[in-house]
Every structure is written in C-alpha cells, then in structure tokens.
Design a protein around this ligand. Structure first.
Ligand code: GLU
Length: 341
C-alpha cells in the first residue's frame, strides 16, 4: 500500500470513529405484540422486556409491549413489519409457516421462531346454571368462541367440529375478545367461552370468582382422541383446579393444549434477537419467577414446539451455549423449517 493510501485509510478511520460512536449510541425501539391484558401473553411480553430493558444501554434496545387481538394478529403484524416481535400459539405458528387456516395458500416465509414459552390449555368455562358439563352440552347454548385475530378461535372450532357441532346451526356463537368474556359470563349474556391460555391467569380467575358459579369443562373422550391423531400440534393437558378455588370443579380438568411461542421476522436485526435470547436464557431462574405459568419451564423445552426456522440471532446464542444440540436441525435452515402437510 502506498503512503498516500495509508494516510487516506487512516483519515477515513479517524472520521468514521465519531460517526460510528454516535450511531451505536442511538437507542432502538421494538414492540412485542401480546394479547388481552388478563391473559398470559401480556405479562409475558412484560417479563421479556424487563429482562432486556435492564441492559438497554448495553444493547441500545428498548422493548415495549402492546396488547393485541392475539396470535394471528401478532404473526401478521410481525410479517408486515408493524411489530418486531410477537407471541403466538405453536399451532398458529405452524399454520402460518405452512400456509394453512387463515394463511391458506400463503405460507409465511419470513416468519422466524425464537423460542417457545409456557404451555397453553384449550380452556372451556361455563356457568353451572347452563348445565354444560361436557362439550356436547354446548348445543343450543350461547358460546363465545373468540375474536378474529386470536389464536383460540381455531381451537374452539376444532373442538366443536370434532364433536360434530355446527358453529352456525347448533350453537349461538359469539366472537368477543377473551378479555370481555368473564364479564359476559357473569352478566349471563353468554353460557360458556373458549380461551386457549396458560394457567393460572387473571381471566379465568375473574370468570370463576363472581356471583355466577362457574365450572371449567373437560374436553375429552373419543372425539378428542381422534383430534389428537389428526393434528400433531395438540397434546393432552390438565388444568390444575387449585389455581381457581372458586370454580365449581373438585378435580383437575383434562383438556388439550398447545404452547406459546415467541416469533419475529427474518427482517429483524440479529443483534436484537440475540440480546433477548441471551437475557432470558442467561438469567433463566429470574425470568421463571416472573409468572407462575412458567413454573415448569426448562431451557430444553423452550426449544420444542417450533415450526418456522429459527432466527439467526437465536441460532447464534444456542450455538454459543451448546443448547443447539436440543434444536431440531431442520429449524437451522431458513429454506426448510418443519415439514408441511
Ligand atoms: N392464546 C391466545 C391467543 O393466541 C392468547 C392467550 C394469552 O393472551 O395469554 O390469542
């Protein structure tokens, strides 16, 4: 290199430093899409932000939380770039990735997974007065299935279909947000509602603690066994009745469930995703204390239940820490992900 070129390069470096520094110091803001304020997604968004925002100066990243319509809304908002991060049910992540249900024929190739979080149970609650003790008893009743944009609307429909109940003909279906459902039940404007959610949560506490006596209804039997065979993303689940001492139930309630997952878009910078994964996993015991629904979480479990390829920022952390050995290798290839039907 000639002396002149050396001087030019050095000058360039000198000039670059102040710009580089001022650029690096700029704070970035990113938002996590969650769900209704009485669910578990909303406090989960809060828990994740809390871990990262303690170190905002280090990462130049501040996370904020938005209450939203739920899983489907969050996935769509992340893909369109309206939100940077979102929480979504594992079954909804799979459907978006594969182009099923709301995304029929439109696989969401930009969707990236980060980790999974707490288990969610398909929860059906009904007033005792309605006489609903099992899914077939829903016939002729006013049932809130969930709002468009929520994850649980499709779970409610899957359950009804499995039992041969027609949404239009056999029940009076409502499509209100989960956050409104406990009050509607207490006001006797509906007989029952579906909500796919982690336990314990404020929503089911509210629904079971009012004047109107409420029961959590089991979702079980041969139609459910068939459903489990048809859709691999459902698994058996139990709702511990100890969480809701005011409910009419005496025993834990069998049902089916999915998992909450944390998702983003391929367009979101690697450093942001890395910062989030590092703060949650490096301070795992502290994170677990932020919500009782996380009590059984393990790092290994948090790498299961994902369908969209992992974001490179997450892969970087899992490689660094050796956790990568628990990751399905198909999630490491952005062109692969989990196989679709
Ligand atoms: N699973 C629900 C949904 O996807 C949200 C549950 C929650 O907010 O905890 O819409």
């Amino acid at each position: 290199m000639s002396l002149r070129r050396v001087v030019v390069v050095l000058l360039g470096l000198l000039l670059a430093v102040p710009f580089g520094v001022s650029h690096a110091k700029r704070m970035n803001f990113a938002t996590i899409g969650t769900g209704g304020v009485t669910g578990v997604y909303y406090p989960t968004g809060g828990a994740i932000s809390r871990m990262v925002n303690k170190k905002s100066d280090k990462y130049h990243l501040r996370l904020t939380v938005e209450s939203t319509a739920g899983s489907v809304y969050n996935i769509n908002a992340v893909i369109s770039g309206q939100l940077e991060f979102g929480i979504a049910q594992s079954d909804r992540q799979y459907q978006a990735w594969c182009g099923l249900k709301e995304w029929k024929g439109r696989p969401q190739k930009k969707l990236r997974s980060i980790f999974s979080i707490h288990p969610e149970a398909v929860t059906l609650v009904a007033s005792v007065k309605s006489g609903i003790k099992s899914v077939p008893d829903l016939k002729g009743k006013r049932v809130n299935l969930g709002n468009p944009g929520s994850g649980h609307l499709a779970n409610a429909r899957d359950v009804l279909k499995a039992f041969g109940i027609d949404e239009k003909r056999d029940i009076k279906a409502e499509y209100a947000k989960a956050v409104e459902a406990p009050q509607l039940l207490q006001d006797e404007r509906i007989d029952a509602f579906f909500y796919t959610v982690g336990h314990p949560n404020g929503n089911i506490k509210e629904a079971t603690s009012g004047r109107v006596k409420v029961r959590i209804v089991p979702i079980e039997g041969p139609p459910v066994e068939k459903l489990l065979q048809k859709y691999p993303y459902y698994a058996k689940a139990i709702i511990p009745v100890k969480f809701y001492p005011m409910a009419a139930n005496k025993k834990d309630v069998p049902t089916i469930g999915v998992k909450a997952t944390f998702v983003t878009s391929a367009d979101v910078p690697e450093e942001w995703v890395y910062a989030i994964v590092k703060e949650v996993f490096d301070n795992f015991e502290e994170f677990k204390k932020l919500h009782p629904a996380y009590s059984t979480l393990t790092k290994k479990d948090m790498l299961k239940g994902l369908s969209a390829p992992l974001h490179p920022g997450a892969i970087k952390y899992y490689k660094e820490t050796g956790l990568i050995k628990y990751v399905d290798p198909r999630l490491l290839d952005p062109n692969k992900g989990m196989p679709c039907p």
